[in-house]
Write a protein that binds this ligand. Structure first.
Ligand code: HEM
Length: 245
């Protein structure tokens, strides 16, 4: 087994560990954070059913972003839908046999790679071209976009310019899952794509990309507008109240 195979195997195990542990820690932290006030952004639904529907629209359509900035919505939504398709297409490297719907979306996932890069390009251009966005952009805002762009472009290069042995790539990843290591093809483009992906996986829970699980914990989105019907008490306030003589 070559040194590169061993290195990438260890790097992917480490990245996965950092990602799972970080996600568990950050989500537990979010779940424990008190929301002492009733602050849904109005107009807001008055029932929990309505809240579930509002959250579903937020996650699938980015409704509030659509209302606040059409250009950001356009590029942001395009990037995220393309990412979902690209990731669904990548599932073929991790499952055997490949599910029917994963086979079905293969061509869509492939061309979604271009939409992914175009969406990211638009989001990055916005950070240079819109004055007030440029003013508040930090190096990490730029670096996350660069990382995602580099992953997208290196992926497209693998697909359209410098092919790698994708059957061997699949054997390598199945080998990691079943702890039965298989050689990774020696291919510089693949090393770049996979190295950047491992970096993304490792830093995901510690970066701004944590907004993916975070949106579900946002009190302005997950609360019903019912302060007249039900008294709002956070857990710690309820405990204090109970302890009163
Ligand atoms: C461990 C995870 C990953 C592996 C093993 C992997 C592997 C690959 C391989 C082998 C290709 C070439 C496909 C071909 O020649 O048919 C590819 C393409 C691509 N990858 Fe990845 N990749 C991973 C994660 C990602 C992630 C997280 C993204 C996006 C953020 C991404 C974006 C792309 C894109 C846009 C393409 C080109 C379109 C396509 O063929 O699907 N990849 N990837």
């Amino acid at each position: 087994m070559g040194a590169a195979t061993i290195l990438f195997a260890l790097v992917f195990y480490a990245a996965t560990l950092l990602c799972v542990a970080g996600l568990a820690w950050r989500i537990a932290d979010y779940a424990r954070t008190p929301a002492p006030l009733k602050i849904p952004t109005t107009p807001a639904p008055t029932t929990m059913g309505g809240v579930v529907l509002r959250m579903a629209r937020e996650v699938a359509l980015f409704e509030s972003l659509f209302k606040s900035s059409l250009w950001t919505w356009l590029f942001g939504w395009m990037f995220h839908v393309a990412l979902a398709l690209v990731l669904a297409r990548h599932l073929r490297y991790f499952i055997e046999p490949v599910w029917f719907w994963v086979t079905f979306i293969q061509p869509f996932g492939m061309y979604a790679g271009f939409a992914l890069v175009a969406g990211l390009g638009g989001l990055w251009a916005r950070r240079f071209l819109v004055d007030r966005v440029r003013y508040i952009s930090t190096p990490s805002d730029h670096l996350m976009l660069v990382l995602l762009l580099a992953i997208g472009i290196s992926g497209l290069a693998l697909r359209f310019l410098a092919h790698t042995d994708i059957v061997a790539v699949k054997a390598f990843f199945l080998g990691l899952i079943y702890f039965d290591w298989q050689p990774l093809p020696a291919h510089p483009g693949l090393y770049v794509h996979l190295g950047l992906v491992a970096l993304l996986i490792a830093i995901f829970p510690y970066s701004k990309l944590l907004h993916a699980p975070g949106v579900f914990f946002s009190p302005t989105r997950n609360q019903a507008d019912n302060p007249r019907e039900a008294r709002h008490l956070s857990a710690w306030a309820a405990a204090l109240e109970k302890a009163k003589p």
